[in-house]
Ligand binder design. Structure first.
Ligand code: FMN
Length: 329
């Protein structure tokens, strides 16, 4: 049975990766995940704000004189589970030394600026590839969709210029023409697309009259949005595709691959069930493939995408009418 797959030009032993999350902040945990079977890991994001904060701190120290500048290895304490820029580079190097799986560093930002140069340091520290999460929430009523797209593309270009390793872009599902935007990103140099970024929506506390962030883990229900767009993009745009959001089981992995994903990133499922969940999913994946006469991931890849499915209307608008009709069946 050949479970191997190629993602961003990297040869992976199977399609199940660990997505960006707190599990990737600890090298022992990364090793446990590797032992359990994951084929690659995306480290948690280093944020544009963290890089800018660290750079400002460094400039202030240098301006204060030579003795402070000597302490330039000092960078601000990490907030929450996130680590500061220096610690992040150490994490990459340690993870590379301790494991033999590809280590993908993640950068998260919203503006094209000097911070994107940090990508270079990530690669020097050993990152095999980068995942770029452009978390951009356009508030202003004056900003057009075209301008939001251009801002995103500019960031991708800047990161690509800084590094010579593959760069995947973690996409928002909220572009008005997602297929066109995906094509533009690939034309701008993106080596892969990760579907989709999960926006954590704030809630309102009606007693405290406060807006409160609250993080809910996903369920398999969220996978459907990914499946539809994987199926639409796969076969239409030549690039690596990865699914993130709602992959909890071997069945979810199989669906994602059939829709066109080269890899499937798990986070919530691993946070809920622990690293051993990967081994159970891989076993179930292999069992299912044997039962259904698939001897490789390649044979399943994209087999249900828009160009290959026997029922392409079910992916498009006709599906909407059918779904509504099915309510009383
Ligand atoms: C606690 C937590 C922390 C996360 N941190 C990051 C992050 O730093 N960068 C990022 O791009 N995504 C981050 N994510 C999003 C995940 O990488 C993933 O895309 C999302 O959880 C959907 O996948 P899932 O359904 O398997 O959980 C985080 C998710 C969780 C639950």
């Amino acid at each position: 049975m050949n479970l191997s797959t190629t993602y961003l030009g990297l040869e992976l032993k199977n399609p199940i990766m660990c997505g960006a999350c707190p599990l990737g902040t600890n090298v022992d945990m990364i090793r446990q995940l590797e032992d359990a079977g994951i084929s690659g890991i995306v480290l948690p994001s280093l944020f544009e704000e963290e890089i800018q904060h660290a750079v400002r701190a460094l400039m202030e120290m240098e301006a204060a004189g030579p003795s402070s500048a000597e302490a330039s290895s000092y960078l601000p304490d990490p907030e929450g589970y996130h680590v500061g820029p220096n610690e992040y580079l150490e994490l990459i190097t340690k993870a590379k030394e301790a494991t033999s799986i590809p280590i993908i560093a993640s950068l998260n930002g919203a503006t094209a600026g000097g911070w994107t140069k940090y990508a270079e340091k990530m690669v020097a520290a050993g990152a095999d590839a980068l995942e770029l999460n452009v978390y951009l929430l356009p508030f202003g009523a004056e900003e057009t969709g075209a301008s939001v797209e251009e801002r995103t593309i500019e960031i991708v270009r800047a990161v690509k210029e800084a590094v010579n390793v593959p760069v995947a872009v973690k996409l928002s599902p909220f572009f008005s023409s997602l297929a066109n935007m995906s094509k533009k990103l690939v034309d701008a140099g993106a080596d892969g697309l990760v579907l989709f970024n999960r926006f954590y929506q704030p809630d309102i506390d009606i007693e405290e009259l406060d807006v409160v962030p609250n993080l809910r883990l996903s369920t398999s229900e969220e996978l459907r949005l990914r499946l539809r767009w994987l199926a639409i993009l796969s076969g239409q745009i030549e690039t690596s595709l990865s699914a993130t959001g709602g992959a909890h089981t071997a069945v979810d992995v199989i669906k994602s691959i059939m829709a066109g994903a080269h890899t499937v990133q798990m986070v919530s499922a691993l946070l809920i069930h622990g690293a051993d969940h990967v081994g159970r999913c891989l076993e179930a994946l292999e069992f299912w493939m044997k039962e259904h006469d698939y001897d490789s991931i390649d044979k399943m890849l994209g087999s249900m995408n828009l160009t290959k499915t026997p029922n392409p209307e079910a992916i498009g608008r006709a599906n909407y009418m059918k779904v509504l009709d099915s309510w009383n069946e």
